[in-house]
Write a protein that binds this ligand. Structure first.
Ligand code: BG6
Length: 509
């Protein structure tokens, strides 16, 4: 494994939750596996007035709670904490950037980090246009002596127009190669495994096209509500929050052509090609291809739960969708005519992200004595989380007289690989950025193409008051009408359970 070059990780928004829960614990996990360079420091920036000592004490608590490798060696933990520094700084104030430059120079000299800096924008998105510009004004984006990389957290824009504007702004001050747009889904082992499942097995790829696949289903379900994020979520909704980025990324990985090489350019080219091939849904067609819903108050396991409109920070007459389902097509050679059904929602019965490839049935139903089996096509379920794994469903003969067919499961669970350590998404992605590998980060053109696809849906939902926001009781699988997206009578969504191999109404959620 290559070791990253010496550098400083500069975190804007270091007093926030992301730094505490995800970033500093993930870097600690890297440290624990000796994956950090010899000379390394973290510089946290935030408006809160903290000393290095305060910052370290706060981060120590975050590491103890959230690192995957729980720190059992106090010395090791303290050595790591020594690498953490804090600088109180007003991100909005252009005059303070020359102070930041001075601080970075001083730290760089003291730590021997060779003028290599990674800037992580863990701030609200309204800072994205200020930080790059001010860094550039101080020549802090200049790579003539040392690399300068910029990590941008989602949301990358609010719609197509703002995404284009953001990309344009970023590109004024940093090159595309310096920009790392992070999507934690790409950091998930099981998402990366999609590439391996598809392209390292001779058995799947020949079937992976319109000749053998009937339809594809992708679910990103959560069993929690918006919690204390109501204020943010009101301006976002399921389409922006989950579908534009995470679920379309899964569509990209399922549908892409084999890349020539596993590298940043080739993989990202193929994903972008899928996004460019998404059949546009016109504003006037939105009601036919997209369903939106919002959870209402209900009882789950005997306990009363709030509806979305009662959540903190949410308007009493809110029309923000907490559930969205879309039927889409990819207009290219491989996928012509194959519908992709994607759905995501909050307050659904269970937390599960999975892809189901539904294969076409046999051309002639020889064992037609049991209609339900004939109609139950072969399915390949790729489970992203939880109970990560892969499941193949197929028909087998029931022992005994005649030819009765039963659907059976063949399943692989990651948990069976007892010695394999599954790194967290942030751990993997931060390491890649440190190594200068942007394969698992979004490229600007692909982000824009994804916005281009969702934009007419957003517009129609905003402007056309006749498109209903369907209520669904918290704890159910979203509005009943989402079943109507899948028109054919004998096909429904899969209703997955906590365990990969189970589905349907009667299982543990
Ligand atoms: C985030 C969304 O990007 O992804 C959240 O903003 C959502 O609303 C989260 O809960 C889901 O991530 P995961 O990894 O739990 O599927």
């Amino acid at each position: 494994m290559n070791q990253p070059k010496n550098h400083i990780l500069v975190i804007f928004g270091a007093s926030g939750d992301l730094t505490y829960r995800k970033l500093v614990p993930a870097v600690f996990d890297l440290y624990n596996q000796n994956l950090l360079p010899d000379k390394f420091a973290i510089l946290g920036l935030g408006r809160t007035d903290l000393s290095d000592v305060d910052f370290r004490a706060k981060m120590k608590a975050g590491i103890q709670q959230f690192a995957l490798n729980k720190p059992d060696d106090e010395n090791k933990l303290n050595n790591y904490l020594e690498k953490l520094h804090y600088f109180s700084f007003d991100t909005k104030d252009p005059d303070e950037y020359c102070l930041l430059k001075g601080k970075l120079r001083e730290l760089d000299e003291a730590c021997g980090t060779d003028n290599n800096f990674i800037y992580y924008m863990a701030t609200p998105p309204n800072m994205y246009e200020i930080i790059p510009e001010q860094l550039a004004k101080q020549a802090l984006s200049d790579e003539s002596a040392g690399f300068k990389r910029l990590i941008v957290e989602k949301p990358f824009g609010y719609d197509l127009e703002t995404a284009q504007k953001l990309n344009k702004e970023l590109l004024k001050y940093f090159n595309e190669e310096q920009i790392y747009r992070i999507d934690h889904y790409l950091g998930k082992e099981t998402v990366q495994n999609l590439l391996v499942t598809r392209f390292s097995n001779g058995i799947f790829e020949p079937l992976w096209n319109r000749n053998y696949i009937h339809h594809v289903e992708i679910t990103g379900a959560e069993n929690i509500g918006v919690g204390n994020r109501g204020g943010y979520y009101e301006g976002s909704g399921a389409l922006r929050d989950m579908i534009q980025n995470h679920l379309l990324l899964l569509v990209g990985l399922v549908a892409m052509e084999p890349p020539t090489l596993i590298d940043s350019t080739n993989i990202r080219n193929e994903i972008a090609k899928v996004f460019h091939s998404l059949r546009p849904i016109k504003e006037e067609e939105v009601a036919k291809y997209a369903i939106r819903g919002q959870y209402t108050a209900s009882h789950i396991k005997g306990e009363a739960v709030k509806g979305y409109r009662e959540e903190q920070g949410v308007a009493a007459d809110s029309r923000t969708e907490t559930f969205a389902a879309i039927k889409l097509f990819i207009d290219n050679w491989r996928w012509a005519g194959v519908p992709f059904y994607i759905r995501s929602g909050k307050m659904l019965p269970t937390r599960v992200t999975e892809i189901v490839i539904h294969f076409k049935s046999t051309p002639h139903h020889l064992f037609a004595n049991d209609a339900s089996i004939c109609n139950n096509y072969n399915q390949l379920v790729i489970r992203i989380q939880p109970d990560e794994g892969v499941l193949l469903k197929f028909g087998m003969k029931v022992p005994g007289a005649g030819f009765k067919v039963q659907n059976v499961n063949m399943d692989f669970h990651y948990s069976d690989l007892s010695d394999t350590y599954l790194p967290s998404a942030y751990e993997r992605l931060l390491l890649d950025c440190m190594l200068g590998d942007s394969t698992l980060y979004h490229r600007g053109d692909a982000v824009e193409a994804a916005w281009k696809f969702v934009d007419p849906i957003l517009k129609a939902w905003k402007n056309d008051k006749n498109i209903p926001v369907h209520g669904y009781p918290a704890g159910t699988w979203g509005p009943e009408v989402s079943d109507e997206l899948i028109e054919e009578n004998d096909i429904t969504w899969r209703y997955p359970c906590k365990n990969l191999a189970n589905d349907g109404n009667y299982c543990e959620l």
